[in-house]
Design a binder for this molecule. Structure first.
Ligand code: SF4
Length: 215
């Protein structure tokens, strides 16, 4: 409520609490992951569980990594099915924020689970479609999903023709052990992004792209 600037004791607070209760009553966030191994490396791609991931950045980040953890996590179809009255933009935004918080918590839970179970002291994550378009192209969602089989029957997440995930509050990626901090935001030129977690890093950018012309 603080984040959404809803003052306690107001009508909005009551309405928000009611919406939150409705989502909490049905919400079932879910995740699927694999323990996978890098099977092959080429100049700008790696093969993981038979899927070729084409990304110069990922290839570089997995240079000395063998075991990786591809995953998909979602707020769940149940929370996605909750609705608000047509035209109520405020409640629609609240609902969007609640679902976002749900998938963020589920993702953090998954990361803790992986770190604990597989003794990961330090790790980083990459997501298809995060950062500049050519960092790890969004089209690679298809390859990532192929690692799991039928993701929709497992956790209810499907890909659209444009490679977006439904429910939209879903996150896919690959967790890998590393001693070097990395965030896609370091190689993303997008300005004023509210979800940026690290500043653009020219050094990292140059290390990946070298002499290649990128503007
Ligand atoms: S700055 Fe924003 S768009 Fe770019 S990678 Fe980070 S979160 Fe994604």
């Amino acid at each position: 409520m603080r984040q959404l600037r809803i003052s306690p004791g107001t009508a909005n607070a009551t309405a928000f609490a009611g919406l939150l209760d409705r989502v909490a009553a049905v919400g079932r966030p879910k995740a699927v992951y694999e323990v996978s191994y890098v099977e092959d490396r080429a100049d700008e791609s790696v093969v993981v569980d038979g899927a070729r991931f084409t990304s110069r950045v990922l290839r570089r980040n997995l240079d000395s990594v063998e075991r990786v953890f591809p995953y998909v996590v979602t707020c769940g179809t149940e929370a996605d099915a909750v609705t608000v009255p047509d035209g109520d933009q405020m409640q629609a935004f609240w609902l969007w924020s609640i679902r976002e918080a749900l998938v963020d918590e589920a993702r953090d839970y998954l990361y803790e689970h992986l770190a604990d179970r597989y003794r990961l002291r330090h790790w980083a994550v990459m997501h298809p479609g995060s950062g500049d378009a050519d960092v790890w192209p969004i089209e690679q969602q298809k390859e990532l999903f192929s690692v799991f089989g039928d993701v929709e029957s497992m956790i209810g997440v499907r890909l659209t023709d444009t490679m977006l995930m439904i429910p939209t509050m879903s996150v896919s990626g690959i967790v890998y052990p590393t001693e070097t901090d990395f965030a896609s935001c370091q190689v993303c030129h997008r300005e004023d992004c509210p979800r940026r977690t690290a500043p653009f890093d020219e050094t990292v950018w140059q290390a990946v792209w070298g002499e290649t012309a990128h503007t």
